[in-house]
Design a protein around this ligand. Structure first.
Ligand SMILES: NC(=O)c1ccc[n+]([C@@H]2O[C@H](COP(=O)([O-])OP(=O)(O)OC[C@H]3O[C@@H](n4cnc5c(N)ncnc54)[C@H](OP(=O)(O)O)[C@@H]3O)[C@@H](O)[C@H]2O)c1
Length: 332
């Protein structure tokens, strides 16, 4: 049975410009896949902003429906592991990149992308967490595998009011770390302290204009969502055997550094790639997110919106002006 639904869709015009429109679609037009899901909530990520503005590094072919994150209810399944009525979430893989994503009221995806909704979350809460919370947790998981421990000292988080940044502040402090939040928004210090930051600093705290290859130890480790000189500064100021998780590039994809942080301080540079995380690890991360790392402050991080209001938030996230997580409620 084909169903009609609404989707926020990106079109490429003949002049190479991109247009964003809410259109009607049919489920028959969705890509082939094992599981058809009625999407109840979606989450907005920086990458969705890039896809929505026609970034060909993210989305190669248009028209396209972005949305890396979706939660909802299974309405059709070709596989035994999922049944009609199951509550599920999907984050990452190719969804929202080159497969129609959560900014449509239905998605059809391979069964291997689908995670049963953890009982600790409802469908909306799962999207407050979304790719951002998953990425922050994956970073901590890998940093701890490399030896990071709370007793080593403070962890710094850059881009702290963003989606990944806010989640990292909340999750790292829940995991027992003293978290220093670096942000360009001094008016949000109270917000970050409420999430668990022991201290807030301006962006310059983690962006050494003098580009010193190594400095005195300023943090025991950290998570960088920003890239460029900020990442180089995080490495230069990291204490002995600390880990720096690398997950974003809102400042720059470039990294200019030296080998000194590695040679003199044994610093670990930890790559964080959430989208293709294998299902086995994915389930471990969702289990931690649902239990020992479950953020206490989900509501403080959430901005609720609808498909009709989404475009304004797409513009804002590209300008670095959102706070926490924007959650889109589909009206069924
Ligand atoms: N590797 C992965 O698997 C993965 C997963 C998710 C996201 N990411 C990446 O992580 C980054 C953050 O994603 P997000 O969804 O959390 O985005 P977001 O919500 O827009 O957060 C980005 C934050 O970075 C700060 N910022 C913006 N422009 C900046 C600039 N020019 N210089 C320094 N800081 C700036 C702002 O925070 P303040 O105002 O507080 O400084 C902003 O809120 C993006 O690059 C995204 O692609 C990677």
């Amino acid at each position: 049975m084909s169903r009609t639904f609404r989707a926020y869709r990106i079109f490429e015009a003949a002049d190479g410009k991109f247009e964003r429109k809410i259109v009607e679609r049919k489920t028959d037009d969705l890509p082939a896949g094992d599981v058809l899901i009625q999407v109840h909530y979606a989450g907005l990520n920086y990458k969705d902003g890039l896809s929505s503005s026609g970034h060909k590094g993210i989305t190669k072919e248009f028209p396209h429906t972005p949305g890396l994150d979706a939660s909802g209810v299974v309405v059709e399944s070709n596989v035994p592991q999922f049944h009609t009525g199951d509550r599920v979430l999907v984050t990452g893989y190719d969804m929202g990149m080159n497969t129609d994503g959560g900014f449509g009221e239905y998605i059809r995806v391979p069964a291997g992308w689908v995670v049963p909704l953890p009982s600790a979350f409802n469908l909306r809460q799962a999207m407050i967490v979304g790719t951002a919370g998953f990425t922050a947790s994956l970073a901590l998981y890998k940093m701890e595998m490399a030896g990071q421990q709370p007793k080593m000292g403070e962890l710094v988080v850059t881009g702290a009011t963003g989606g990944v940044g806010s989640m990292a502040v909340a999750i790292f402090s829940k995991a027992g770390y003293d978290v220093v939040a670096s942000t360009g928004k001094s008016e949000e210090y109270e917000y970050l302290k409420k999430l668990g930051a022991v201290r807030c600093e301006g962006r310059e705290y983690c962006n050494d204009e003098k580009k010193r290859p190594i400095s005195r130890s300023k943090w025991a480790g950290g998570l960088d969502t920003v890239g460029g000189n900020t990442l180089a500064t995080l490495m230069a100021g990291c204490g002995k055997n600390g880990s720096i998780g690398v997950c974003g590039l809102v400042e720059s994809p470039k990294l200019e550094t030296t080998v000194y942080p590695f040679l003199l301080n044994g610093v670990n540079l930890i790559g964080v790639e959430s989208a293709e995380t294998p299902m086995e690890t994915r389930l471990i991360i969702w289990d931690k997110l649902s239990t020992i790392w479950k953020p206490d402050n989900l509501e403080d991080m959430a901005i609720d919106t609808t498909l009709d209001q989404l475009d304004g938030y797409v513009v804002k996230i590209l300008a670095g002006k959102t706070r926490g997580r924007v959650v889109v409620k589909h009206q069924h």
